[in-house]
Design a protein around this ligand. Structure first.
Ligand code: G3P
Length: 201
């Protein structure tokens, strides 16, 4: 019962799109209609600038972090349930019930989940993103490398098998959600961080 409620709350929280809400509040273009059309911090940076992007980032990280952090603090749930709660928050962002299941790519929310599971794993994933982004200036490439490394960090640090499996599944879904980015990266057409033009859907 408690596990089901935790999963539902995490999914509903994940379904709240910070990018759409922040853009509405700040009277910015709907991120689903501009740039890459992705409701995420990278695209809000294109459509609304740094402040709106930072708020979006914090909101999207927070909604992944909060349910997992609370579930861990309650100390009531086994590892597999923690994994499912994190996965639910992530899936809420990717397939949100409030937006006809048309959501984002899940990068920031996955980071929030991982920071709650283990600040060390989350920190390593964030560091990976930052290093790749600093070198190549592609948000998507940084996300793909960080997502690829996340399950590796989980295993190397001896994290719970079920939670590691949930993180690996998030990485697979994140890769699938970046299919258009991968194609643009291969064609050399991906827009760099902060670049306002192109990034067609
Ligand atoms: O966080 C999403 C990022 O990896 C790619 O975003 O807008 O360039 O598709 P975008």
């Amino acid at each position: 019962m408690g596990i089901t409620i935790g999963i539902i709350i995490a999914y509903l929280l994940g379904s709240l799109s910070t990018a759409i809400l922040v853009s509405k509040l700040l009277r910015l273009p709907d991120p689903r209609t501009t740039g890459s059309k992705n409701p995420g911090a990278t695209n809000v940076l294109r459509s609304g600038g740094k402040t709106a992007a930072i708020i979006t980032l914090i909101g999207d990280v927070g909604k992944g972090w909060l349910p997992v952090f609370v579930a861990l603090q309650l100390d009531l749930f086994p590892g597999w349930a923690i994994g499912l709660i994190g996965l639910a928050a992530f899936l809420g962002h990717v397939f949100p019930v409030f937006y006809r299941f048309q959501g984002g790519k899940g990068v920031a929310t996955a980071l929030g989940v991982m920071l709650a599971i283990s600040p060390l794993v989350g920190g390593l994933v964030l560091l990976t993103w930052l290093v790749v982004a600093a070198i190549w200036r592609y948000s998507s490439l940084a996300a793909l490398v960080a997502a690829g490394m996340a399950p590796v960090y989980m295993v190397l640090l001896g994290m719970d098998h079920w939670i590691s499996a949930a993180v690996a599944l998030m990485s697979v879904i994140l890769f699938i959600r970046h299919d258009s980015n991968i194609r643009r990266l291969m064609r050399g057409e991906e827009s760099r961080i902060g670049q306002k033009d192109k990034a067609p859907a």
